[in-house]
Design a protein around this ligand. Structure first.
Ligand code: FES
Length: 170
Protein backbone atom coordinates (compact mmCIF):
# COMPACT_ATOMS: atom_id res chain seq x y z
CA UNK A 1 0.00 0.00 0.00
CA UNK A 2 1.37 3.38 -1.02
CA UNK A 3 1.12 6.54 0.98
CA UNK A 4 -1.07 9.35 -0.46
CA UNK A 5 0.87 11.98 -2.44
CA UNK A 6 1.71 15.07 -0.42
CA UNK A 7 1.25 18.44 -1.89
CA UNK A 8 3.91 21.04 -1.12
CA UNK A 9 2.82 24.32 0.42
CA UNK A 10 3.07 27.32 -1.89
CA UNK A 11 6.62 28.69 -2.04
CA UNK A 12 5.55 32.31 -1.90
CA UNK A 13 3.21 32.71 0.91
CA UNK A 14 2.94 36.15 2.36
CA UNK A 15 0.86 37.04 5.24
CA UNK A 16 -0.98 40.32 5.39
CA UNK A 17 0.35 41.46 8.69
CA UNK A 18 0.00 45.05 10.01
CA UNK A 19 3.78 45.35 9.74
CA UNK A 20 3.64 44.94 5.92
CA UNK A 21 1.02 47.61 5.60
CA UNK A 22 3.14 49.90 7.74
CA UNK A 23 6.17 49.28 5.52
CA UNK A 24 4.11 49.95 2.42
CA UNK A 25 2.76 53.20 3.82
CA UNK A 26 6.24 54.29 4.90
CA UNK A 27 7.61 53.60 1.43
CA UNK A 28 4.73 55.42 -0.23
CA UNK A 29 5.22 58.40 2.07
CA UNK A 30 8.98 58.46 1.42
CA UNK A 31 8.35 58.20 -2.34
CA UNK A 32 5.90 61.10 -2.21
CA UNK A 33 8.37 63.21 -0.26
CA UNK A 34 11.15 62.39 -2.77
CA UNK A 35 8.89 63.34 -5.73
CA UNK A 36 7.88 66.56 -3.98
CA UNK A 37 11.51 67.44 -3.22
CA UNK A 38 12.52 66.64 -6.83
CA UNK A 39 9.82 68.92 -8.21
CA UNK A 40 10.77 71.66 -5.79
CA UNK A 41 14.48 71.39 -6.64
CA UNK A 42 13.68 71.44 -10.37
CA UNK A 43 11.62 74.61 -9.96
CA UNK A 44 14.41 76.18 -7.88
CA UNK A 45 17.00 75.28 -10.55
CA UNK A 46 14.87 76.82 -13.32
CA UNK A 47 14.39 79.95 -11.20
CA UNK A 48 18.11 80.36 -10.43
CA UNK A 49 19.43 79.49 -13.90
CA UNK A 50 20.08 82.56 -16.08
CA UNK A 51 17.47 82.79 -18.85
CA UNK A 52 18.53 81.77 -22.36
CA UNK A 53 17.81 84.94 -24.28
CA UNK A 54 17.02 85.07 -27.96
CA UNK A 55 17.73 88.21 -29.95
CA UNK A 56 19.69 91.20 -28.73
CA UNK A 57 21.19 90.57 -25.29
CA UNK A 58 21.68 86.87 -26.05
CA UNK A 59 23.07 84.61 -28.74
CA UNK A 60 22.10 85.73 -32.22
CA UNK A 61 22.34 83.73 -35.42
CA UNK A 62 23.92 85.98 -38.07
CA UNK A 63 23.86 83.62 -41.05
CA UNK A 64 26.07 81.15 -42.89
CA UNK A 65 29.73 81.96 -43.43
CA UNK A 66 29.30 82.12 -47.21
CA UNK A 67 26.80 84.96 -46.77
CA UNK A 68 29.71 87.17 -45.66
CA UNK A 69 32.22 87.34 -48.53
CA UNK A 70 35.61 89.01 -47.96
CA UNK A 71 35.33 92.79 -47.79
CA UNK A 72 31.59 92.76 -47.05
CA UNK A 73 29.86 94.58 -44.19
CA UNK A 74 26.35 93.31 -43.42
CA UNK A 75 23.94 94.65 -40.86
CA UNK A 76 22.22 92.10 -38.60
CA UNK A 77 19.19 94.03 -37.40
CA UNK A 78 18.05 91.54 -34.74
CA UNK A 79 21.44 91.73 -33.02
CA UNK A 80 22.20 95.45 -33.57
CA UNK A 81 25.60 94.64 -35.04
CA UNK A 82 27.41 94.35 -38.34
CA UNK A 83 29.36 91.36 -39.59
CA UNK A 84 32.47 92.79 -41.19
CA UNK A 85 34.69 90.39 -43.14
CA UNK A 86 38.11 92.00 -42.78
CA UNK A 87 41.37 90.54 -44.17
CA UNK A 88 41.89 89.03 -40.67
CA UNK A 89 38.48 87.34 -40.46
CA UNK A 90 34.98 88.09 -39.19
CA UNK A 91 34.17 90.81 -36.69
CA UNK A 92 30.77 91.44 -35.09
CA UNK A 93 30.76 95.20 -34.63
CA UNK A 94 28.22 96.78 -32.28
CA UNK A 95 26.31 99.56 -34.05
CA UNK A 96 26.36 101.85 -30.97
CA UNK A 97 28.68 104.84 -31.38
CA UNK A 98 31.35 105.08 -28.70
CA UNK A 99 30.86 108.86 -28.53
CA UNK A 100 27.29 109.36 -27.31
CA UNK A 101 25.62 106.13 -28.34
CA UNK A 102 23.96 106.95 -31.68
CA UNK A 103 23.31 104.09 -34.08
CA UNK A 104 26.12 104.17 -36.63
CA UNK A 105 25.27 103.21 -40.23
CA UNK A 106 27.67 101.61 -42.66
CA UNK A 107 28.20 103.80 -45.74
CA UNK A 108 28.86 101.60 -48.75
CA UNK A 109 29.68 104.66 -50.85
CA UNK A 110 32.30 105.89 -48.34
CA UNK A 111 33.55 102.42 -47.38
CA UNK A 112 33.34 103.30 -43.68
CA UNK A 113 31.00 103.66 -40.73
CA UNK A 114 29.79 107.25 -40.53
CA UNK A 115 27.95 108.42 -37.42
CA UNK A 116 25.19 110.90 -38.34
CA UNK A 117 25.16 112.60 -34.91
CA UNK A 118 28.60 114.22 -34.67
CA UNK A 119 30.41 112.81 -37.66
CA UNK A 120 32.67 110.13 -36.17
CA UNK A 121 34.20 107.86 -38.80
CA UNK A 122 35.24 104.23 -38.38
CA UNK A 123 37.03 101.74 -40.62
CA UNK A 124 35.43 98.35 -41.50
CA UNK A 125 37.19 96.94 -38.42
CA UNK A 126 35.70 99.71 -36.28
CA UNK A 127 38.79 101.87 -35.73
CA UNK A 128 38.23 105.61 -35.32
CA UNK A 129 39.55 107.71 -38.19
CA UNK A 130 37.76 110.96 -37.44
CA UNK A 131 35.31 112.80 -35.18
CA UNK A 132 34.89 112.87 -31.42
CA UNK A 133 34.54 109.11 -30.75
CA UNK A 134 37.14 108.23 -28.09
CA UNK A 135 37.70 104.58 -29.05
CA UNK A 136 36.83 101.95 -31.67
CA UNK A 137 33.34 100.56 -31.97
CA UNK A 138 32.73 97.71 -29.52
CA UNK A 139 32.65 94.14 -30.77
CA UNK A 140 30.82 90.97 -29.75
CA UNK A 141 32.30 87.46 -29.50
CA UNK A 142 31.81 85.45 -32.72
CA UNK A 143 31.53 81.67 -32.88
CA UNK A 144 31.43 79.65 -36.09
CA UNK A 145 29.78 76.24 -35.75
CA UNK A 146 29.23 73.97 -38.77
CA UNK A 147 29.42 76.99 -41.06
CA UNK A 148 26.92 78.98 -38.99
CA UNK A 149 27.94 82.34 -37.55
CA UNK A 150 26.69 82.98 -34.02
CA UNK A 151 27.24 86.17 -32.03
CA UNK A 152 26.95 86.61 -28.27
CA UNK A 153 25.38 90.05 -27.90
CA UNK A 154 25.30 89.70 -24.13
CA UNK A 155 29.03 90.39 -23.89
CA UNK A 156 30.11 93.59 -25.71
CA UNK A 157 33.89 93.97 -25.68
CA UNK A 158 35.42 97.43 -25.51
CA UNK A 159 38.85 97.93 -27.04
CA UNK A 160 41.38 100.73 -27.22
CA UNK A 161 42.52 99.79 -30.73
CA UNK A 162 42.08 97.13 -33.36
CA UNK A 163 44.18 93.95 -33.12
CA UNK A 164 44.04 91.24 -35.81
CA UNK A 165 43.30 88.52 -33.23
CA UNK A 166 39.96 90.24 -32.49
CA UNK A 167 38.71 88.81 -35.79
CA UNK A 168 37.60 85.17 -36.12
CA UNK A 169 39.34 83.32 -38.96
CA UNK A 170 37.04 81.84 -41.58
S1 FES B 1 27.27 109.89 -31.16
FE1 FES B 1 28.45 109.31 -32.84
S2 FES B 1 29.76 110.95 -33.13
FE2 FES B 1 28.60 111.55 -31.45
Amino acid sequence: MTAPARTNPPLLHRSRSPLDRRNFLSLAFAGSLAALAGGWLGALFRFLRPPQKQGFGGRVYAGRVEEFPPGSVNRILAGRFYISHTPDGLLAIYQKCTHLGCSVPWSEAEGQFHCPCHGSLFTPSGEVTGGPAPRPLDIFPVEITNGEVWVDTGRPLTRSRYEPDQAVKV
